[in-house]
Design a protein around this ligand. Structure first.
Ligand SMILES: Cc1cc2nc3c(=O)[nH]c(=O)nc-3n(C[C@H](O)[C@H](O)[C@H](O)COP(=O)(O)OP(=O)(O)OC[C@H]3O[C@@H](n4cnc5c(N)ncnc54)[C@H](O)[C@@H]3O)c2cc1C
Length: 433
């Protein structure tokens, strides 16, 4: 049996491990624990995606619902609910999900990886050597770079954590002249203020003065002062995390794959990091299954993973760019100037145009393998749409070029007909009068 080794037990590594177990593969995973405590904000959609992956244990005690305020471009936006995820609790829950699924977990630091077409040799802290036929790289942002990919403006997030007075759970985002801050407080008084700045222009002092510098900046914000409502600050700690958006140049080979932040790490502004890491991880088991059991489709499987990861990365980069552009007060400041024009000028969402739809053969997932099928390529979905409500849409779009809609949709059930008509309208289709 092929020996599959996963490096990293974050959400991405855990999701791949569970998916591979469902396909019947034995899986070994090596990971150390994250070295700092953090809170991260996630939406209801992320919680649903995590549950859908089978990572129930990870969520059991890890989330707190929070009212979120957004103060951007001097405007206070309507509050919405986000969930505050306690990462140490979440990460322990991921290990528990892995244990329940029968994944062999080795708690060690990976020191080096040597790969060739014949397999991989992994050296662990403590001297142990592991070998594997197939390697899943899921060490997040700590995964060694694999060449020159695409990088956004160099960014760093300074996470300040302290114990304050107990109160009401809440979170907020505020734009600042030279960056932005995400802040959260829990009912037990744990407080977080995460300041994200431009590496080149922030003019940060040395390590010894950084904590005081951050505190002074936080105290200078009326919004943050009101959010934390004064009170005592004890056990103040600082942890710096790189938060540059990074797309790895290659994310899949014949006997390896990169998933999660190791494949593409997004700007934390999107609040979508965990969602993104799951998206690339959820498709990986089928890609791996194809590489191992249908090697004749290796190129197709690699193309599938590569294209999806790139597409996802660019989509979120453009949405982030537009959000940065909404902040108009400091357009000329280096932080905002660099981010309002990266990665390009292409629209995040293109207008629907039925006449511009294309039919093309693209990699798709069919019966546990990557396969090829005719799909409808739209400006918004350049990788194509295969099915809508169980109906293959490429033949429908092709026939609609010469035939009336009633005739083309005649064989569908009432429900399918309703959904397909709705989808066609959303693609700009207008039936002739
Ligand atoms: C500043 C900042 C703020 C963020 N805020 C949010 C947020 O609010 N909401 C959100 O959804 N996302 C947020 N994210 C993103 C989120 O943290 C990541 O996208 C997500 O954790 C990626 O999951 P992953 O499984 O790919 O990697 P990770 O979760 O990073 O997991 C990698 C695992 O590999 C292990 N590992 C690393 N190196 C080694 C080694 N050498 N040997 C053994 N094990 C190793 C690590 O210990 C860890 O367990 C934020 C990111 C940053 C940088």
């Amino acid at each position: 049996m092929t020996a599959i080794l996963i490096l990293g037990a974050g959400p991405a590594g855990a999701a791949v491990a569970l998916g591979l177990r469902r396909l019947g593969y034995p899986v070994t995973l090596v990971s150390e624990w994250r070295r700092f405590a953090a809170l991260e904000g996630v939406s209801q959609r992320v919680l649903e995606a995590l549950r859908g992956t089978g990572l129930h244990q990870a969520l059991a005690d890890a989330t707190l619902p929070s009212q979120r305020q957004v103060n951007w471009n001097a405007q206070a936006h309507a509050q919405n609910i986000e969930f505050l995820l306690d990462r140490p609790t979440f990460d322990s829950g991921l290990r528990e999900s892995l244990r329940v699924a029968g994944v062999d977990v080795i708690e060690r630091r990976v020191l080096s990886v040597h790969s060739s077409v014949d397999g991989h040799r992994i050296a662990l802290d403590g001297g142990q050597i592991l070998t594997a036929d197939f390697l899943v790289e899921a060490r997040g942002r700590q995964a060694p770079a694999s060449g020159k990919g695409l990088r956004g403006p160099e960014t760093i997030s300074l996470l300040n954590r302290w114990q304050g007075e107990p109160g009401v759970t809440a979170s907020a985002v505020e734009s600042l002249e030279d960056g932005w801050a995400w802040m959260a407080r829990r009912d037990d008084g744990q407080c977080y203020w995460q300041w994200t700045v431009d590496v080149a222009s922030a003019g940060l002092p040395g390590k010894a003065q950084l904590l005081d510098h951050c505190r002074a900046r936080r105290h200078a914000s009326d919004f943050a002062q009101a959010f934390f409502a004064g009170g005592q600050e004890s056990e103040l700690q600082l942890h710096a995390r790189s938060s540059t958006a990074i797309l790895a140049p290659q994310v899949c080979g014949e006997n390896w794959i990169r998933v999660g932040d190791a494949a593409m790490a997004v700007d934390p502004l999107s609040g979508n990091g965990i969602f993104q890491s799951l998206s690339s991880a959820l498709q990986a088991p089928v890609v791996i299954n194809t590489l191992l059991r249908k090697p004749e489709r290796a190129a197709l499987a690699q193309r599938f993973h590569q294209q999806r990861v790139e597409q996802l990365f660019l989509r979120f980069a453009r949405i982030g760019r537009d959000f940065y552009a909404d902040e108009q007060r400091w357009c000329e400041q280096p932080f905002w100037q660099a981010r309002r024009q990266w990665p390009d000028a292409q629209m995040a969402h293109a207008e629907a145009d039925f006449a511009a739809l294309r039919i093309a053969r693209m990699p798709v997932l069919r019966d546990g393998f990557v396969d090829e099928a005719e799909v409808v390529v739209t400006a918004d979905q350049p990788l194509g749409i295969w099915h809508v409500q169980g109906v293959e849409v490429a033949p429908v779009v092709r026939r609609l070029r010469d035939e009336p809609a009633d005739q083309v949709l005649a064989g569908l059930s009432e429900e399918q007909g309703r959904v397909i008509r709705g989808w066609l309208l959303s693609q700009g289709y207008r039936p002739s009068p």
